[in-house]
Ligand binder design. Structure first.
Ligand code: SAH
Ligand code: MG
Length: 213
């Protein structure tokens, strides 16, 4: 054990390891010049664990990048479970689809390309419903995404969100940019909305988990 580790370093040392498949996705994503903002390994594990524990069969992901979190979610799904992924960039969506295909989930994931707010409205209009949701796209829209997601979930669904601490800027009154203000609102809503029971894990960039009552 390394000396003078922080509690987070200790946890990441033990649980932050990745298998070759996920490592390859991160490497390929970086190689294409895409930003290094896939979920960290231990949060990927948490996604798989939550999806599996929930017994989820209809997952929704907002913000795809290279498909890292998509693979983590898909790994936890029931054998016939499906993932719907919303992504602004057609290029990212097609790259991610390639990665999910290599991982054996190509037939079970559907990409909807375009602004997620419109994608969410379309899903609601089509009457689709989900039992697991992961929010990890543009930060200023998190409160809006939560509104739409609440129209798309079944009772007992889990809603997870990444980056809810924004590099700890949400707790610094000196910061008031769009992302920080939106995230404060998002976190307050998770904490107080009577339809939800929620927790914020101050792990990495902050990860929230809510259950729809
Ligand atoms: N969940 C991914 C990381 C997502 S990074 C993972 O952990 O592997 C954020 C993603 O949100 C990027 O791919 C970006 O293109 C996408 N995004 C940004 N704005 C968006 C919008 N308005 N609608 C949909 N996707 C958006
Ligand atoms: Mg993120």
């Amino acid at each position: 054990m390394a000396k003078n580790q922080t509690r987070e370093e200790y946890a990441v040392d033990l649980f932050g390891c990745e298998d070759e498949e996920l490592k390859a996705v991160k490497e390929a994503t970086a190689k294409r010049g895409m930003p290094p903002i896939s979920v960290p390994a231990e949060l990927g594990r948490l996604l798989t664990l939550l999806v599996r524990t929930k017994g989820a069969g209809r997952a929704l992901e907002i913000g795809v990048l290279g498909g890292y979190s998509g693979i983590c979610i898909a790994r936890g799904l029931k054998p016939d479970g499906t993932l719907t992924s919303l992504e602004l960039s057609p290029d990212y969506a097609s790259f991610a689809h390639g990665n999910l295909t290599k991982a054996g989930f190509g037939e079970r994931v559907t990409y909807r390309v375009g602004p997620a707010a419109q994608g969410l409205q379309a899903l609601a209009a089509e009457g689709l419903r989900f039992d697991f949701v992961f929010i990890d796209a543009d930060k200023p829209n998190y409160p809006l995404y939560l509104n739409h997601v609440l129209d798309l979930v079944v009772p007992g669904a889990l809603i997870c969100a990444d980056n809810v601490l924004q590099g700890d800027r949400v707790l610094d009154p000196g910061y008031n940019d769009d992302s920080v203000r939106a995230m404060r609102l998002f976190n307050e809503r998770l904490a107080t909305d009577p339809r939800l029971e929620s927790v914020l894990l101050p792990l990495r960039d902050g990860f929230a988990v809510a259950r729809v009552k």
